[in-house]
Design a protein around this ligand. Structure first.
Ligand SMILES: Nc1ncnc2c1ncn2[C@@H]1O[C@H](COP(=O)(O)OP(=O)(O)OP(=O)(O)O)[C@@H](O)[C@H]1O
Length: 268
């Protein structure tokens, strides 16, 4: 049975009993007079992976950028369990402090070792030209993060010798190094072949559960989203058309979420 929820108001199908770590409510973003997100409401649980899916231009990256604190909503609210409703510049800054991003292209420096790349997560703790070693806490955290992604034994190797999957693991380690409460990724595994993407996503989910991290990933690979996310948020033309457990995102739901805008806009 399809659990599709079409048209506002969207009702949620809870998959985690815990209070959501992050919530957006009635969120709208307008750019150049055009509505990019329209009254988006969704909740993101700690210790779980939420996949955001939808056709090109649906507003997925924009939603992620709002959660990142990079895009200011035109109206609506973002609230975190720890920080409450984010209303001041300070609370947005606090959210950014707790968040980390996994980049699609890894954003690594090839001539540096895996460990040095992960240490870049702590760039603000040391002058870039400092001749001194990184602080001990940073080195320990970076080593732990590399251990978490199974690359501690290659910590001192240059990453330009690494495979695509290994590089992405280093990218994940860098994102994890500061112990983020919110981990965001915009198609972070799209450059990897599907089995590898699946393994990495699986590992990420295990880490999210272990550390109670809220993970929100924009995923183009719907099979991956179904298999590995706890929850799927399906966007089309800036609206939430589906929000529910990943297993409920069936073929009919997928067809609706990925339908052309003109069809969905009829009568709206
Ligand atoms: N700064 C901006 N100014 C004007 N339009 C913008 C801006 N940022 C995004 N848009 C538009 O908003 C829409 C949604 O963009 P967004 O990048 O969020 O979509 P997306 O779902 O991530 O798409 P894709 O899957 O192609 O990356 C697009 O039509 C885009 O052109």
């Amino acid at each position: 049975m399809s659990m599709l929820h079409l048209a506002a108001p969207v009702s949620f199908i809870p998959v985690a009993p815990a209070a959501p770590a992050l919530r957006v409510d009635g969120l709208s973003v307008t750019r150049g007079g055009r509505a990019i997100l329209r009254q988006v409401s969704a909740a993101f649980a700690a210790g779980a992976v939420t996949a955001v899916v939808g056709p090109s231009g649906a507003g997925k990256t924009t939603l992620l950028n709002v959660l990142n604190g990079l895009v200011e909503p035109s109206c609506g609210m973002v609230a975190s369990e720890q920080l409450g409703a984010l209303r001041s510049a300070e609370s947005w800054a606090a959210l950014r402090q707790r968040a980390a991003t996994i980049f699609q292209d890894h954003a690594l420096i090839g001539r540096l070792s895996a460990l040095d790349n992960v240490l870049l997560a702590f760039a603000d703790t040391r002058h870039p030209l400092s001749p001194w070693p990184w602080p001990r806490f940073a080195r320990e955290a970076a080593a732990r993060a590399l251990a978490d992604v199974g690359l501690l034994d290659r910590a001192f190797e240059r990453v330009d010798n690494f495979s695509g999957g290994e590089r992405q693991r280093v990218g994940v380690a860098r994102a994890l190094a500061r112990g983020p409460r919110l981990l965001l990724g915009d198609e972070p595994f799209s450059s990897l072949d599907p089995p590898l993407a699946r393994r990495l996503c699986d590992d990420l989910r295990a880490l999210a559960v272990r550390d109670g991290v809220t993970v929100v990933l924009v995923l183009h690979q719907i099979a991956l989203a179904r298999a590995l996310a706890d929850r799927i948020v399906g966007l089309n033309d800036g609206r939430v058309l589906f929000d529910g457990p990943a297993h409920a995102f069936d073929a009919a739901t997928e067809a609706t979420v990925f339908a052309a805008h003109s069809h969905l806009n009829q009568g709206v």
